[in-house]
Design a protein around this ligand. Structure first.
Ligand code: HEC
Length: 308
């Protein structure tokens, strides 16, 4: 016994490498593991880049789609109170697309976009602290008007059916015992937004289109304005209409701007008379304009039609 023990000891003393032998397989596995870990995290270690935890959505500006204003089809108030399973399934998909980024996929108010907001997005599971409230009529109001002073914006361009589907999904899925609307509250909801008769759906303009429309309208007016000004100030063209026009204005530029801005129809004396009377002293016309006869007005109109 002691002989054998001694011989193993001897062996180890003579050849210490045998001590390490049993550890070889373990070392091998550890080295391969380290290698794989390195390959998987190469970016972070070698390039010193840490992958972002969430996708950066700040740089992406989503263009609104163009929606025409319209009267939506009538809503069945019975379905608002007792939604069908299809409505709730539909509401779930709409919620994930439109609301989950802030309110969280499970409605806990912990969506990635909402994390830095103040006030924080509502946690739909909790009954505390609601500003408008959890009833159907109250959530509908939130979706119609948004919550002022917060990131909760109005969803008034979203089809009413979709809004009802989303609020049905939220109440059915995230709330235990959601509060019921009284008969009167449902009637008021229906009357306020004309749900069962057909709802007026706000339109939505993509921002670049909206600004170019404004610019186009302005450009058009500016062109008319400068054309008219040059006609009036061109003294060599003798025109009776021009003489009368200058005679009835206290400020030619202002008077032309008044006409161009009002988009007044130049087909009738009465519309021009109404305009002249509309803002006395401020519109560029003087008091003589008020007492001008119809014939002279017609001559002025003729001149303006040629000039604008
Ligand atoms: C940009 C982030 C954001 C998005 C997207 C968003 N919300 Fe909100 N929402 C908020 C915030 C923030 C509040 C909390 C407002 C407060 O308490 O003042 C809120 C509050 C609410 C409330 C509670 C109002 C109350 O009575 O206190 C409801 C209901 C609601 N949101 C529904 C929705 C629905 C439905 C959608 C999707 C159609 C949606 N939200 C999309 C940020 C968002």
């Amino acid at each position: 016994m002691s002989d054998k023990k001694n011989s193993i000891l001897d062996k180890m003393v003579k050849k210490p490498i045998t001590l390490i032998a049993p550890a070889y397989p373990i070392l091998l596995v550890a080295l391969v593991g380290l290698g794989l870990y390195f390959i998987a995290n190469e970016n972070a270690m070698v390039l010193n880049q840490i992958p972002p935890r969430t996708n950066d959505t700040l740089g992406v500006v989503k263009e609104l789609e163009l929606l025409e204003p319209k009267v939506s089809s009538a809503i069945d108030m019975g379905l608002v109170v007792t939604p069908t399973p299809e409505m709730i399934t539909n509401g779930k998909a709409l919620f994930q697309n439109n609301c989950a980024s802030c309110h969280g996929a499970e409605g806990n108010g912990d969506g990635a976009t909402g994390l830095t907001l103040n006030p924080k997005p509502r946690n739909f599971h909790s009954a505390e602290g609601w500003k408008n409230g959890r009833k159907i009529s109250e959530i509908f109001k939130t979706l119609q008007k948004g919550v002022t002073g917060s990131a909760m914006s109005p969803y008034d361009a979203m089809p009413v059916q979709d809004r009802i589907a989303i609020l049905s999904f939220i109440r059915a899925t995230f709330m235990t015992d959601p509060p019921k609307d009284s008969e009167q509250e449902l009637k008021d909801l229906d009357n306020t937004y004309s749900l069962s008769k057909g709802f007026f759906q706000a339109g939505q303009l993509p921002i670049p289109s909206a600004s170019s429309m404004v610019l186009d309208a302005k450009k058009d007016k500016l062109q008319k304005f400068s054309k008219a000004i040059s006609k009036v100030s061109n003294g060599s063209a003798v025109s009776e209409g021009r003489e009368i026009f200058i005679n009835i204005t206290s400020n030619v530029d202002k008077a032309i701007a008044t006409i161009v801005n009002a988009d007044v129809s130049l087909s009738s004396v009465s519309s021009l008379r109404a305009l002249v009377k509309s803002n006395p002293g401020q519109n560029g016309f003087n008091s003589k304009a008020l007492y001008l006869g119809d014939d002279d007005y017609n001559t002025v109109l003729q001149f303006l039609r040629e000039s604008l």
